[in-house]
Unconditional design. Structure first.
Length: 184
């Protein structure tokens, strides 16, 4: 199948309500040695729409053969936050990955992955991540701070902590730097 014909085929099957048959056809299509990138991408879109439980495996197997922008948009539209985060990381969109995790933490947050994402993100993201952890995961903030300690202004971290009303007993990593007392 040529990439140009793909949209017509997809439209035909979808108009007939033959979603599973379309997915089967696309799954056969990606097995071809000459399979075009758009087949992998469109199969990902179909999984997102009709079988979201199959999307993550597809992304993991074929991330190098996907049109990232189309799948970013599809995952966002279908609120597949874990998959969207994974895609952002695969395509080195670390800031977008971190923002997605912080905005949709119930579905997308994974501590080990987040530490990696934040560590390679922009500096301003470090402080947003600290604020996020103070609000949602204060019990493991020290682990995040150990990763970020060399990259952040410690006084600013203490200032953020003061705004969230956290004491030194929860933040020994920051307090050990003895830069600013938490209580004024």
């Amino acid at each position: 199948m040529k990439a140009d014909d793909l949209e017509e085929v997809i439209e035909y099957y979808q108009n007939k309500g033959r979603f599973n048959e379309l997915i089967s056809l696309m799954e056969k299509g990606i097995e071809l040695a000459c399979a075009h990138e758009s087949i992998f991408t469109e199969l990902g879109v179909l999984y997102a729409r009709y079988h979201p439980e199959m999307l993550m495996e597809h992304i993991k197997l074929f991330s190098t053969k996907l049109n990232s922008l189309k799948l970013f948009q599809t995952c966002d539209e279908h609120q597949l936050w874990k998959e969207l985060t994974y895609l952002y990381v695969q395509f080195e969109e670390f800031n977008n990955a971190a923002i997605t995790v912080m905005n949709h933490s119930r579905e997308a947050w994974d501590h080990m992955q987040f530490k990696h994402i934040v560590n390679v993100g922009r500096v301003e993201l470090y402080y947003k991540a600290v604020h996020f952890y103070l609000q949602e995961h204060p019990d493991i903030i020290n682990d995040l701070l150990n990763v970020l300690a060399r990259h952040v202004e410690h006084a600013r971290i203490v200032e953020i902590a003061q705004k969230v009303y956290i004491s030194c007993t929860i933040l020994p990593t920051v307090c050990n730097f003895n830069l600013i007392r938490l209580s004024k």
